[in-house]
Design a protein around this ligand. Structure first.
Ligand SMILES: Cc1ncc(COP(=O)(O)O)c(C=O)c1O
Length: 271
């Protein structure tokens, strides 16, 4: 069923929604002027500069009334489908309950409840969660935690890997294209070929690696590692004092449901 995205708001006393609906035609003009003109250009080149007015489940609808089956799920943000009714209902219920939320000075019980649920999905000994607002922040945090926990300086990643574009993750990325103009990047970061277990083992045996950071599936070219790679990583790291903290994976390509199980580590346990 198609909708136009003009459903009446319940309350809009500041007129923000009304203005957004009235100015919808300006979406790409505003983005090009005040956000990221090169992204707007790129979307135009690949024909993605539609004005999507509504999304539901796996379907997107544009202002011309066309429908699109969304195979992309917004880099994983819509893994549950767009506007999932359960998600909407929970968000509306929590907003309506007027709960106090907090950052830094106190916790929300909701954060603890979610972390507890996530822990139930993770293989042992993973049991704590750090919530961040982007993939790059998650990787930056892994880099810090791993160095602090191990006292080791080096961070290892794979050729062809993608980890985000803040300075930390950029230092791990296995593609020089993203780095031009931003060097020098962080010291102590080096790479091995994706899936080359001999090269990985040689690096890990030096015992100065704080973390090996890789994607379970490389997102850029959708490359799979050879079977058993995660187990082999673990056994390489097993001789070290910090084996449980020295391999890490992030979850965009291997995110919820994307490896046919709940998360990417289910079929290839790592720690
Ligand atoms: C594997 C991986 N790590 C990190 C990132 C960076 O995430 P973000 O763009 O949210 O910073 C991405 C983004 O596509 C990714 O695919």
């Amino acid at each position: 069923m198609q909708r136009t995205g003009t459903a009446a708001p319940t309350t809009d006393s500041l007129g923000i929604l009304e203005e957004a609906l009235a100015r919808a035609e300006e979406t790409n003009t505003l983005a090009a002027r005040y956000l990221d003109p090169s992204l707007v250009d790129m979307l135009h080149v690949i024909g993605f500069d539609r004005r999507f007015v509504h999304a539901s489940g796996s379907w997107l609808y544009d202002s011309e009334g066309r429908e699109y089956l969304d195979f992309h799920t917004g880099e994983g943000f819509a893994s549950l489908g767009h506007s999932h009714p359960d998600v909407r209902e929970a968000l509306e219920a929590v907003l309506a309950a007027d709960l106090t939320d907090g950052v830094q000075i106190h916790y929300s019980v909701l954060a603890g409840m979610l972390a507890q649920e996530l822990t139930g999905l993770l293989p042992e000994p993973l049991e704590a969660t750090f919530f961040g607002s982007s993939g790059a922040e998650a990787i930056d945090t892994v880099m810090k935690f791993a160095r602090a926990a191990t006292g080791r300086p080096r961070l290892l990643s794979c050729d062809g890997g993608y980890h985000g574009v803040t300075i930390g993750p950029l230092s791990l990325i296995g593609d020089e294209f993203f780095k031009e103009g931003f060097e020098p990047l962080l010291p102590g970061c080096s790479r091995v070929p994706f899936g080359d277990l001999d090269a990985l083992e040689a690096e890990l045996r030096k015992r100065d690696v704080a973390a090996f950071i890789t994607e379970p599936i490389q997102g850029n070219l959708v490359r799979m590692p050879p079977p058993g790679t995660c187990r082999a990583c673990r056994s390489c790291a097993g001789g070290t004092a910090h084996c449980s903290r020295s391999t890490r994976s992030r979850r965009v390509s291997g995110g919820p449901g994307r490896c046919s199980r709940s998360i990417g580590t289910d079929s290839s346990p790592i720690s």
